[in-house]
Design a protein around this ligand. Structure first.
Ligand SMILES: Cc1cc2nc3c(=O)[nH]c(=O)nc-3n(C[C@H](O)[C@H](O)[C@H](O)COP(=O)(O)O)c2cc1C
Length: 192
């Protein structure tokens, strides 16, 4: 089983990175093969809305996103980690998500069977943290991520989110059981 961990925060070693590392450790413990992508290592141009993908299912922008499409399609489980920035995911993660429009076109306009009902089934999981404690702080991001996962046939398998987390490493202080939860979530994702 192949798992792709997508690190969507620009702060290396920050709270979502810590959680994603831990969930991936749990998945590895269950025998999964893990691949890591730090979005800050990739130059991903935002979608230009040129509709170049409508007839081909391929994005015309030849940048680092071209390295990520195959990784998404080769994975059984995709875990996206992004902190909340202005009630959504980071711009790094959103650029990746918007560029999945090419997969959306392949699935819904071109009706490519590989992304249809009979295609390979995947699972998607979301990790996030936010500084505030508002009840709705993750709502926008979760909705965005669900539709992102749908473009490559990944069933939304759930999320692990923590409020009141701001400074680097706050996750340890504010939620002492968060790492254990992440590790267990990684194991469960592979087992189920
Ligand atoms: C540009 C920016 C926007 C933010 N917007 C929000 C927000 O809307 N709601 C919130 O709860 N926290 C917000 N935060 C706080 C981050 O979610 C928080 O610092 C988080 O712990 C960062 O995670 P990381 O360590 O994984 O990068 C924002 C932080 C930045 C830098």
């Amino acid at each position: 089983m192949k798992i792709l961990g997508i690190f969507g925060s620009p702060r290396r070693g920050g709270n979502t990175d810590i959680l994603l590392e831990e969930i991936l450790k749990g998945a590895e413990k269950e025998g999964a093969k893990v691949d890591h992508i730090y979005l800050t290592d990739y130059a991903i141009t935002p979608c230009k809305e040129c509709h170049g993908c409508d007839h081909t299912g391929q994005c015309v922008i030849l940048d680092d996103m071209q390295k990520i499409y195959p990784k998404l399609l080769e994975s059984d489980i995709i875990i996206l980690a992004s902190p909340i920035f202005f009630y959504g995911v980071t711009a790094w993660a959103k650029a990746l998500i918007d560029r999945s429009q090419a997969l959306w076109a392949k699935k819904y306009l071109l009706k490519d069977p590989s992304l249809g009902k009979e295609g390979r089934k995947r699972k998607g999981f979301f990790i996030s943290v936010g500084a505030t404690k508002g009840p709705r702080v993750f709502e926008g991001a979760i909705l965005t991520v669900k539709y992102f996962f749908d473009t490559f046939n990944a069933e939304y398998a759930g999320e692990l989110v923590f409020r009141g987390v701001d400074g680097k490493g706050d996750i340890f202080k504010k939620h002492p059981d968060a790492l254990e939860q992440a590790y267990e979530a990684g194991r469960k994702l592979v087992r189920e």
